[in-house]
Design a protein around this ligand. Sequence first.
Ligand code: NAD
Length: 355
Amino acid sequence: MTYRIVLVPGDGIGPEIVDGAVAVLNAVGAKFGHTFRFETVLAGGCAIDTFGVPLPEETLKACLDSDSVLLGAVGGPKWDTLPGHLRPERALLGIRKELGLYANLRPAKLQKELAAASPLRADIAARGVDLLIVRELTGGMYFGPRGRGQGEMGENAYDTEIYSKGEILRIGRVAFETARKRGKKVCSVDKANVLESSRLWRETIHALAAEYPDVACSDMLVDNAAMQLIQNPSQFDVMVTSNLFGDILSDEASQLTGSIGLLASASLGEGTRGMYEPIHGSAPDIAGLGIANPIATILSAAMMLSLSFGLAEEANAVEKAVETVLASGARTKDIAAGGAFIPGAEMTRRIIEAL
Ligand code: NAD
C-alpha cells in the first residue's frame, strides 16, 4: 500500500523529531512492504517568516489532500508578541477545524524502566499506568458564547459550556470503539452533580453504552477523577471527557509517565485521516542541540499506522522497538536523570535497529 503523509515539522525541535519519525516510518515500510510518500509543508513560526501567515493556503490544501498529517511543534519566543490571529498556534487550530478533528486521543503509559522518573509513589507506579484520554476537541467552553459586562460587583466576564447530544455521541463512540481494542473499559468524566451540560453528557453516554455491552462503562466526577489519577491510575483504561476537563486531566495524566518527551497524541474526525503530534511544544531551549527526545513523535507515527492506516501489527512493532531500546538502558537527556545520555538521532537509530 502507498500512504500520503503530510509533514508539518514546524519550529524549534520540530524538524529534528519529525526527521526521526520519518526514518522509522521508512524502516517500517521496508520491513512490511508499504510505501510512505512524504510532502513537507510550512506552518507556525517558519510560515510566518516565509509567507506572513501561520497557516498558508498551500499547507491547508496539502493536509486536506493527504491520508494523514504528522506535526512536530510550532511556536517560539520570536513570535510571542504577535497579535492573536497571527500567532503560530493558530496553525494548529486552523488545521483541526478545517480537517474536522473533534477527538483528541492521548495515551499515557508508564514504562516499567522509567518508573523512577514518575512522580508516583513506587507502590502505585508498580501497579502500572496504561490509560488513554479521549478529549472532545471542538466544542464546550472553548467555543461557546463569551463576553464581558457590568454587574453589581463591577466588570464581569463569562464563558459558556454548550454540548449537543450529537457532539457527545460522536466523541462517546470514539471512546467505546477505542476501548474495544484495548481494555474494554470506559470511564466518562463529568460534573453532573452541578452542571446541566454534564447531565446531558452523562445521559447520552449511558444511552450509548447500551450499544456496547462488551465494554464496561462507569462515570466519575471530574474532581474525583483528578484525585484517582494520582491515587489509583491503574484502574483506568479509556477516559472520555469534555474539551475543558480533558485539557486539564490529560496534562495531569501525562506527568504520571515521567517525561513529556515520550507522549504521543492523535486528533481524529470522521473518516480515517488524522493529525498526529507529540504533546510537547517546540522546546526552543534545546532546539539545534541534537538532544531532543524523538520518542513522542515516533509513537505518534505509530498511532497513525494503527488508527488511520489500520496497520496494527506495524504500530505494535514500533511500540515494542521503543520499549526494547528503553529497556536496554538507552536514554536521551530528558529521561537520563542526570546520568549518561545519547543524542536524539542515536535514539532513532537504535529504535530502527530494534525494529
Ligand atoms: P515545551 O513542551 O516546548 O518545553 C517544555 C520543557 O520540556 C522544555 O524544557 C523542553 O526542553 C522540554 N522538552 C519538550 N519536548 C522535549 C523533547 N522532545 N525532548 C526533550 N525535552 C523536551 O513547552 P514550552 O517551553 O512551554 O513551549 C515552547 C513553545 O512551544 C511555545 O512557543 C509554545 O507556545 C509552543 N507549544 C507548542 C505546542 C504544539 O505545537 N503543539 C504545544 C505546546 C507548546
